[in-house]
Design a protein around this ligand. Structure first.
Ligand code: ATP
Length: 721
């Protein structure tokens, strides 16, 4: 018999609903599990610590620093591969298309041939990229920022940090950009950084089935989380040339845990990443030893970023505009995602969708090139990709050049081109859209004040737009300050980003937030729901609780693990009680055991075997061997005799789990859970017996919604979807 501890007076919690409408934001998916940040200080752990001594502490610390160093180097190398891949591919594409353009212009035989060639050259990489993402590793889609944010929040996102995901991501980014799709390599660099960090820090690759036998002391969720924070930061450092921005991104967007030493190490890794990228790309461009090459996203050099106090109200106005357009963008994006979930529901349709978008982009670009025959002299503002088309000798077609320039080049042109020249994932598209309308505002101001520097308006527009979409504040300010190299411009950036966030938050959630909600991931907010001090643990805990006894039969363990999907089980002991003459059993908490621990014990058949010294050969390392992918209970084969044996769980369980009284208020439970990065909190009643259990999903269910100034708390449903 297994144990389900039940008391009168608590409502039984009913979990899981199945009929969640497509695109709903009001549910939490039970398929996402949590990471385990707790160090299990059981007998085995103490045995290990006793034997290690201080030398081990120094060695572990040194390995940490070295790991951050290598994370920085390898993240930069991946950035370089993406950069060079895109450059080589674009040059190849340009040379072929230019040949057809020149030929058609010379022979005056229309644009059909160059158009078809461009269509093929864009469609092939787009289809390759989308095929890989759809059929090989869907986790590599998009920027990956929302998923990395969830991982840092403590959610185990399946396949997020695998090598296969990294490979598909790198090929996918290069193909998408070569295919002319609207996107950049900056968001994906954050995800790539996270994967590299998680991989290097473990000293093994499950994909290649290779274990170096090193760094096994980092095979724990809390260690991995710290490295992943560093990897994401190193990704930003390489992408934007912004190491402090990267550090702040990890802090602002995720990190559930932070301390001084970790900050310092993440900063070190980011710096290494940035300078490795600078030095290699400088050498690639023929200036070895010169570290002046900027990050992957190069904003170009702003000669003049001076502004006047009277510009500030205009910047605030632009922040408001960015907030409004950002909220509208998020709203439309949500509608589009719902539409796609409903109608683009099979793999081949997804690939076809990419092909259609790619063809539409090429067609629109060609129509623009044909209709706006905008020419510019070759010498004045050299472009890397001059196509003469119908321009005079010594001139090139501006639209054609812009089309080849990729989005980042377009952003740069919007920042720096003199006012007369222009007649016309979310990071880079957001920057690009904002830079365009910012420039329009600048042109308007230029009409009134002739000395206006419209480049700064473009920059403020870009920042406001991106702020309105992502609602990032501190990190985005610093990323843009570092990318432009001007600290004096920090104040206007901060003002417009803050305004954009406040205005955007008034109308909708950020794009990342709504993507996370739609996927049903149980993200824990920074703060508990407001006005929740009257809600107590007994109101939101799960009751009855499935538990184990200290000495449990193998048969029972297998039965429970097969019946329930839970990952943590209180271990209890029944004690005979004789208070006031009433003779009854009390169930006291003795510890908490994880499903993964039980799986290892069953798989390795570590059962109580009297008269043997089996205990001597058991070490903590046996639990690290299979980390992080443990078998499922269905895969474990046991013979009839095994089932008759017992396991003394007290040797393996966490003997001191976090426990709260059933009368503890929600804000206090929430803060404890969030601050300590917990996975399970056991709730006890007035007589210290196990009354309930609280996990991430019980807390994340209370979702604060703020719309048009009105705040409400929604209770989300749990779903098996
Ligand atoms: P996580 O999914 O966060 O890794 P978990 O798998 O242990 O943790 P879930 O199964 O996801 O927890 O939790 C789903 C619901 O089941 C929650 O409401 C939680 O309170 C409840 N629950 C978790 N463990 C137990 C248990 N041992 N007995 C009864 N209910 C539990």
């Amino acid at each position: 018999m297994y144990h389900s501890v039940e008391f009168e007076g608590y409502e039984s919690t009913n979990v899981s609903e199945d009929n969640v409408p497509i695109g709903s934001l009001d549910y939490l998916s039970t398929k996402y599990e949590s990471l385990d940040y707790e160090v299990i200080e059981n007998e085995l752990y103490c045995k290990e610590e006793e034997n290690k001594g201080y030398r081990y502490v120094v060695q572990k610390d040194f390995s940490r620093w070295m790991t951050f160093f290598w994370i920085g180097v390898i993240v930069a190398c991946v950035g370089i591969i993406i950069y060079i891949g895109i450059e080589v591919g674009t040059n190849f594409k340009f040379n072929i298309i230019k040949k057809y353009f020149d030929e058609s212009t010379l022979q005056n035989n229309g644009m059909l041939k160059p158009y078809l060639v461009a269509l093929i050259l864009n469609s092939v990489p787009s289809v390759i990229g989308s095929y890989l993402i759809v059929y090989v590793e869907p986790m590599a889609k998009g920027s990956g920022i929302p998923a990395v944010k969830c991982f840092l929040n403590g959610i185990k996102v399946p396949r997020l940090i695998r090598l296969k995901t990294l490979i598909v991501k790198v090929i996918g980014v290069i193909s998408a950009i070569l295919g002319g799709l609207w996107g950049g390599k900056e968001g994906p660099m954050i995800h790539a950084g996270a994967i590299i960090a998680a991989g290097i820090s473990q000293g093994k690759s499950t994909t290649f089935n290779k274990d170096l036998g090193a760094l096994n002391f980092f095979r724990e969720d809390h260690e991995k989380r710290d490295f992943v924070s560093g990897g994401a930061a190193a990704g930003i450092a390489a992408a934007f040339g912004a190491p402090v921005g990267g550090l702040l991104f990890s802090l602002e967007e995720g990190a559930s845990f932070w301390n001084q030493a970790l900050t310092w190490r993440i900063f070190f890794g980011s710096m290494i990443s940035m300078f490795t990228l600078y030095s290699v790309l400088s050498a690639y461009h023929g200036h070895p030893g010169d570290l002046t090459y900027r990050g992957l996203l190069n904003f170009g050099k702003f000669d003049d970023l001076s502004y006047h106090i009277l510009d500030i109200p205009i910047f605030i106005f632009m922040g408001i505009l960015g907030g409004l357009t950002g909220a509208l963008f998020c709203h439309l994006n949500l509608k589009l995602v719902k539409f796609r979930k409903r109608y683009v529901d099979t793999n081949w349709k997804k690939v076809l969708e990419v092909l259609i978008i790619c063809s539409a982009t090429v067609t629109t670009s060609f129509l623009l090139i044909l209709w706006t025959n905008d020419c510019k002299k070759l010498g004045i503002d050299p472009t890397e990709y001059p196509i003469q088309f119908e321009c005079k000798d010594g001139e090139f077609n501006v639209m054609a050049a812009l089309w080849f320039q990729l989005l980042e080049g377009a952003v740069r042109s919007l920042f720096h081109d003199p006012p007369v020249d222009f007649s016309g994932g979310v990071l880079i598209p957001g920057l690009c859209t904002g830079a365009a309308w910012g420039r329009l505002v600048g042109l308007g101001v230029l009409n009134i004040f002739p000395n206006t520097n419209i480049g700064i308006y473009s920059l403020i527009g870009a920042a406001s737009q991106l702020g309105g979409i992502t609602r990032m504040t501190i990190s985005l300010t610093i990323i843009l300050v570092e990318a432009t190299g001007s600290i004096t411009f920090g104040l206007p950036l901060m003002i417009c980003l803050m305004t954009a966030k406040w205005v955007g938050d008034f109308f909708s959630e950020s794009i990342y937030e709504s993507q996370i909600q739609m996927s049903g991931m149980p993200l824990l907010a920074w703060d508990p729901p407001p006005l929740s001090s009257n809600t107590y643990a007994k109101h939101f805990m799960t009751h009855p609780v499935i538990t184990f006894k200290m000495i449990e039969s193998v048969e029972n363990i297998v039965k429970i693990l097969k019946t329930y999907t839970h990952n943590g089980f209180p271990v209890i002991e029944y004690v005979q009680n004789n208070e006031l003459g009433n003779n009854y059993e009390k169930c006291y908490l003795r510890g908490l055991i994880l499903r993964s621990q039980l799986i290892v014990l069953l798989q390795k058949k570590i059962f109580d075997r009297p008269l043997t010294n089996y205990w001597d050969s058991v070490t903590v390392d046996i639990f690290r061997e299979d980390y992080p992918r443990y078998s499922s209970i269905e895969d474990i084969e046991l013979i009839q005799n095994d089932l008759k044996l017992t396991i003394n769980l007290s040797k393996y369980m966490n003997p001191s789990p976090y426990v709260v009284q059933h009368t503890m208020s929600m804000p206090r439970v929430f803060k404890l859970f969030r601050a300590m990065g917990l996975r399970h909190i056991v709730v006890i009643n007035d007589s210290n017996e196990v009354a309930g259990i609280v996990t991430r999903k019980d807390l994340a269910r209370y979702k604060v919604k703020s719309h048009m100034g009105k705040i409400s708390v929604n209770e989300l449903k749990l779903s098996n979807k």
